[in-house]
Design a protein around this ligand. Structure first.
Ligand SMILES: NC(=O)C1=CN([C@@H]2O[C@H](COP(=O)(O)OP(=O)(O)OC[C@H]3O[C@@H](n4cnc5c(N)ncnc54)[C@H](OP(=O)(O)O)[C@@H]3O)[C@@H](O)[C@H]2O)C=CC1
Ligand SMILES: O=C(O)C1=N[C@H](C(=O)O)C[C@H](O)C1
Length: 266
């Protein structure tokens, strides 16, 4: 069986480095090359802290995608670049597996249409940790019985986007089953702006950023005389890698874009 040839965008990042190491460990994967913001023409092994691999680095994503003829692009960069990378990948016959968060609904829809037009698989997953996917699914189930819910997400202080992609996706899943309504007292007023958090159709999202955190979320439901808390913690970025591996394998069998790892889990 031939190996799945993978390009990683963002190899020096916290997630990108874990992905490069995972691809190196897996016999069925080959690191074809990387897209980086700098280090054009160097090899991965030339960069301090990266594994001893001969994969070439490109700063021009389009040239990289055209020259390497890879199967899959794993993107772990920033929202502003991930969208362009994903689009370029689909236009060049490469299947995207995207962990980068911060896509707008319009961008997702446009990429869904492009994948369909090209008949190419694509996976965009705001969270690759299986535990986090279960947390989201359990939350959707709980919301049928507890329509009053608030989300508290906690991340490291280098995170660029707020709320997290996971919190946004959790709210979206809950919205599918929860009748739309505002929560709290109808006359409540914020005496300090932002005190009640972000609002998605009445669901409040609170984002905490602190050094020492990795990725954590609590979904708290309130009912008469009781609360239910569904909580997930990623203590290390290794927690995301089994999901990235699964997505890189499964995307080869898809001819549409799927949004969320739950679509690939039994
Ligand atoms: N789906 C999931 O399970 C998870 C998703 N994430 C998401 O993944 C993304 C990356 O997170 P994280 O690794 O923590 O972030 P980092 O900031 O550690 O890494 C991002 C990397 O992307 C690089 N980069 C920026 N622009 C480009 C570009 N145009 N081309 C290539 N590389 C580029 C950055 O380079 P430089 O260092 O020079 O800025 C940096 O090395 C975020 O959106 C985050 O929310 C994170 C964890 C889990
Ligand atoms: O930036 C991070 O770290 C993470 N980002 C993703 C998100 O925005 O949900 C996934 C995980 O929470 C870690």
């Amino acid at each position: 069986m031939s190996k799945i040839k993978i390009i990683v965008a963002g190899p020096r990042g916290r997630m990108g480095l874990e992905a490069v190491k995972m691809i190196d460990r897996e016999d069925t994967f080959e690191l074809a090359g990387c897209i980086d913001r700098k280090n054009d023409g160097l090899l991965i092994k030339d960069i301090d802290g990266l594994p001893n691999l001969d994969a070439p680095i490109y700063t021009d994503a389009e040239v990289c995608l055209q020259e390497l003829q890879a199967d899959v692009l794993v993107d772990l960069t920033t929202p502003e670049f991930a969208y362009t990378h994903t689009k370029l990948a689909l236009e060049n016959g490469v299947r995207p597996v995207v962990g980068t968060t911060g896509y707008t609904k319009e961008q997702l829809e446009e990429l869904r249409e492009l994948a369909e037009e090209k008949q190419l698989g694509a996976v965009i997953a705001p969270n690759f940790a299986v535990g986090a996917v279960l947390m989201m699914q359990f939350s959707k189930w709980a919301a049928k019985h507890f329509p009053d819910v608030e989300i508290i997400e906690k991340h490291h202080d280098q995170k660029l986007d707020a709320p997290s992609g996971t919190a946004a996706k959790t709210a979206e899943l809950i919205q599918e089953v929860r009748p739309s309504h505002q929560q709290g007292h109808p006359d409540e007023k914020e005496t300090i702006e932002g005190a009640r958090g972000a609002d998605v159709d009445g669901i409040k999202i609170h984002s905490m950023r602190l050094p020492g955190l990795v990725a954590h979320q609590e979904v708290v439901f309130g009912g008469l005389g009781q609360t239910l808390t569904i909580k997930h913690d990623s203590h290390h970025r290794e927690s995301f890698m089994s999901g990235v591996k699964l997505a890189a394998e499964e995307v080869m069998k898809l001819d549409v874009l799927v949004y969320g790892l739950e679509h690939l889990l039994e």
